[in-house]
Design a protein around this ligand. Structure first.
Ligand code: MG
Length: 467
């Protein structure tokens, strides 16, 4: 599928990004992206809030917790809540999407050297989708991702629909042979339907990243975002993560992490290896080695601990002048930065991002490809209180998995029959992480510092779905 086909298909009819009044209307985008600079996207909150917090203006000193209206429940009775940061940035840079994805079967034909495509009008498969995006460098990338990623996923799944509806993925799609050499290939490689869905999700993230890059360049904007997306399809949850948001299944007796975070520290070896393979990317400004601290002139000639791309352990290296350059990855924990610039190592956007006062581009070191975890609900004895918590790092900065599980279990003890309990749970989690304003500071219980970041939480009930 060409990228142009995608743009015609989705940006011409599916885009709901709002622009200024002189913005070309969607049909004017047909035939590819416009070359002229575009006015910036207008800021908005998630569509399912229906304008409940859509002012785009923060109230000084206030961090209201916003939830969907109770008379407009989200799919599966999902709970959602959000609050803005403690004046860290002008806007709430988190975004969220929650929607159904209808996958249709395609039929292809050929007539007089022209290929044609029919999208059958009837729905073929239904998926359910939830996603959180955490923007940096402005809210634009997270708004675009919240508008486009589900369209990309829908389209990529439709591209391979035969591969995900048959028990074993076929060798051929749409009558076109994809591999003639070895009829046992699928069996030998043990390729399952879920592997084809995972591939579609990975390709969808990549497609969305390209679209964001072109849109941002066209509008002369910068910025990026993390992306955490959950797709329910054919009885399975697919959790795709690129960034530092997190999905956690909380059950009465156990907790099941369903995502892993991607930070400069967790991806140190991949990033260092890239710098080893392509040293020009560092433009002589950085060293790819990791040292316990920033080295100084006095360290030259000394032996210090170090790590390179090939090492999980540590070695000793005699310091040379080159080692005094700024480290490719510097700092620890939440302070760790890639090229002194970004706190995450995967995400969407950031195509134009350069290290300040240099020509060093950050994008080559960022990956837009998610890690996809699969959780098969059909093999689990799912209970009424089993809940999937999705949240941006604003929550996880101040709460561990165990903290969240404790809050969830305590909360459900008194709410066994409350139909709004998942909505109230999301609200409760955001309120606890935001804390209360105490003079100048925001604090949680026991005077622990609260989260100063944007906080967004989905609480998704898993019981009694049509597995
Ligand atoms: Mg954040």
């Amino acid at each position: 599928m060409s990228s142009d086909w995608f743009k015609r298909r989705f940006l011409s009819s599916g885009s709901t990004a709002r622009r200024g009044k002189d913005t070309p209307q969607p049909q004017q985008l047909q035939g590819g992206f416009p070359k002229q600079p575009q006015p910036p996207l207008l800021y908005r909150r998630p569509k399912f809030l229906h304008g409940a917090s859509d002012t785009g203006e923060r109230q000084p000193g206030k961090r209201p917790v916003c939830c969907p209206s109770r008379d407009r429940p989200l799919q599966w009775n999902t709970g959602y809540a959000e609050t803005i940061n403690a004046e860290k940035s002008e806007f709430n840079e988190d975004q969220a999407t929650c929607c159904q994805i209808s996958i249709r079967k395609r039929e292809y034909g050929k007539e007089e050297d022209q290929e044609w495509l029919i999208l059958c009008s009837a729905e073929y498969l239904t998926g359910y989708y939830w996603a959180l995006f955490d923007g940096h460098g402005g809210p634009e990338a997270s708004i675009m991702a919240s508008n486009y990623l589900h369209y990309c996923i829908k389209q990529k799944l439709e591209d391979v629909v035969e591969g995900i509806t048959e028990n074993s993925p076929p060798m051929h799609l749409n009558g076109q042979c994809v591999c003639q050499s070895d009829p046992q290939f699928v069996e030998e490689k043990q390729i399952r339907r879920e592997d084809v869905v995972i591939g579609a999700l990975e390709n969808a993230f990549q497609e969305c990243d390209e679209v964001i890059g072109q849109e941002m360049e066209s509008a002369n904007q910068t910025g990026g975002c993390t992306a955490l997306a959950v797709l329910y399809l054919q009885g399975k949850l697919y959790v795709a993560n690129a960034g530092d948001s997190r999905a956690l299944l909380v059950r009465r007796q156990s907790i099941v992490p369903l995502s892993t975070e991607f930070t400069p520290e967790s991806e140190r070896q991949r990033i260092q290896h890239l710098a080893f393979m392509y040293p020009k990317l560092l433009a002589g400004e950085f060293t790819r080695f990791e040292f316990p601290r920033r080295l100084k002139g006095d360290d030259v000639g000394q032996k210090v601990l170090y790590r390179d791309y090939s090492m999980e352990g540590w070695g000793y290296k005699t310091v040379v002048k080159e080692d005094l350059k700024y480290p490719l990855i510097h700092g620890h924990g939440k302070q760790a930065r890639l090229l002194g610039t970004l706190a995450v190592s995967r995400g969407l956007g950031d195509h134009q991002l350069k290290v300040i006062e240099t020509d060093v581009e950050v994008k080559p070191f960022l990956s837009c490809i998610p890690k996809v975890e699969v959780f098969d609900l059909t093999t689990q004895n799912i209970k009424e209180d089993d809940v999937l918590i999705m949240a941006t790092d604003g929550l996880w900065d101040v709460m561990s998995n165990e903290d969240v599980a404790q809050i969830v279990r305590n909360f459900f003890q008194d709410k066994a029959t409350d139909p709004y309990r998942f909505s109230e749970l999301a609200e409760c989690l955001v309120e606890k992480a935001r804390g209360k304003k105490d003079g100048y500071y925001w604090t949680m219980d026991s005077n622990i510092p609260a989260s100063y970041d944007d906080i967004s939480v989905f609480a998704i009930p898993l019981y009694n779905k049509e597995y």
